[in-house]
Design a protein around this ligand. Structure first.
Ligand SMILES: Cc1ncc(COP(=O)(O)O)c(C=O)c1O
Length: 381
């Protein structure tokens, strides 16, 4: 019998895609067909994605960051416009607007759902504000009612960054990404569904959809009829074919993630050294991430020391994401006052995300549920 400890034999990754023979066959079929771009797979992927999300339009692009860029441009964001963003998100939520000459205006997050604090947003609106880009962090829907009301009052566009939020619902109703003027999704390998690299823009607005399609394809209205400023932001046929297979499994994938999140919740219920994720309702998160916050006032060591210890014991963990206002890329907008972002700062020093994906085994998860509280207890004051 093998007596070596679990972590000598295993390294549990943060995420792992779920592929089977369907994706392999679909990719091979495209290669055999000889049509690798602008073909039937991308069109079918868009139609199927739009139907799944109950929206009029889905526009496939080369990744989630490009989806943000194209959608903001289609909404008319340009030089000098201000765009309100959460202080804690992936970098391209913010740099997409900057690529168009826009200025990011950071808002603090809440320590409940880790999303943009909607109650602060109105105080950030100026005559230059053009759009709000709420992020459904970790796949948990942001407070869209309040944001929609602020946007209506000030005539602002809302682009939902649902890069992580496939099939998450807002208050159990509409899907993330389908509430604002447009929404975007990412299909990188850590996401609930993946095409390797890939992204999708969804909208019910015919004009935004039309502009997204133009911008994605060089601004070309026909054969070399370059009518608008665009570029090549297309998704290729192999990726689209894989995306269709993943979409067909998405309900199952999300159900498995939710089940694993419930298991973590129950497993950590008695651990006072961490905070489990808050959820508004059972379908309001897809648990793209399972992010816990450590009770730093009870620990002798930093969150990074805990990450190092967990790594040592075979559990991959990571901070998603730091407070953005301190990042060097935003230096050109002058210094930001840390005191305006107490929650993003507190999150940055205390949060870590645990492995969660459809193929996480019960044995792996039991090991994590056992190990995390143990490591925290060993480092308790
Ligand atoms: C919140 C958020 N926005 C944007 C992106 C960018 O997507 P992509 O990596 O497909 O460019 C990601 C994922 O990486 C993300 O998590």
């Amino acid at each position: 019998m093998n007596q070596r400890p679990f972590h000598d034999q295993h390294r549990i990754p943060l995420a792992r895609p779920w592929f089977d023979e369907a994706e392999v066959a679909a990719a091979a079929d495209v290669v055999r067909s000889g049509q690798l771009c602008q073909g039937p797979q991308t069109e079918a992927f868009e139609n199927e994605f739009a139907a799944k999300m109950h929206v009029r339009h889905a526009v496939a692009v080369s990744n989630g960051s490009v989806a943000l860029l194209v959608a903001l441009e289609a909404m008319g964001v340009s030089g000098g416009d201000e765009v309100i963003v959460p202080d804690m998100t992936f970098i391209s939520t913010v740099t997409a607007a900057m690529r168009l000459g826009g200025t990011p205006v950071f808002g603090d997050i809440t320590l409940t759902d880790y999303n943009l604090d909607a109650t602060l947003v109105e105080s950030l609106v100026t005559p230059k504000t053009k759009a709000i880009v709420p992020v459904h962090y970790a796949g948990h829907t942001a407070d869209m009612d309040v944001l929609t009301e602020v946007a209506r009052r000030h005539d602002l566009r809302i682009l939902e960054d649902a890069a992580e939020a496939h099939l998450a619902r807002y208050k159990g109703g509409k899907f993330a990404g389908t509430i604002g003027d447009a929404g975007i999704f990412s299909f990188t390998p850590t996401k609930p569904m993946t095409t390797g690299e890939g992204g999708m823009i969804v909208t019910d607005n015919d004009e935004i959809a039309e502009r997204c399609r133009l911008i994605r394809n060089f601004g070309d209205r026909g054969k070399f009829d370059w009518d608008a400023m665009g570029f090549n932001y297309r998704l290729n046929e192999v990726a689209s074919a894989i995306g269709r297979c993943q979409l067909a499994k998405l309900d199952e994938i999300i159900a498995m993630r939710r089940e694993k999140a419930r298991r973590y919740d129950a497993g950590f219920a008695n651990c006072e050294l961490l905070h489990i994720p808050w959820v508004r309702g059972p379908e309001d998160s897809n648990y793209q991430l399972y992010t816990i916050r450590l009770a730093m006032d009870r620990l002798r060591v930093s969150r990074d020391a805990i990450i190092a210890e967990l790594t040592e014991r075979g559990v991959s963990t990571r901070l998603y994401y730091p407070a953005l206002h301190r990042q060097g890329v935003f230096r050109q907008f002058g210094p930001h006052d840390d005191s305006r972002f107490p929650n993003a700062m507190a999150f940055e020093s205390a949060a870590l995300s645990l492995p969660i994906f459809s193929g996480l085994t019960a044995e792996e998860q039991d090991y994590i549920i056992d190990t995390v509280p143990k490591v925290l207890a060993e480092n308790c004051k």
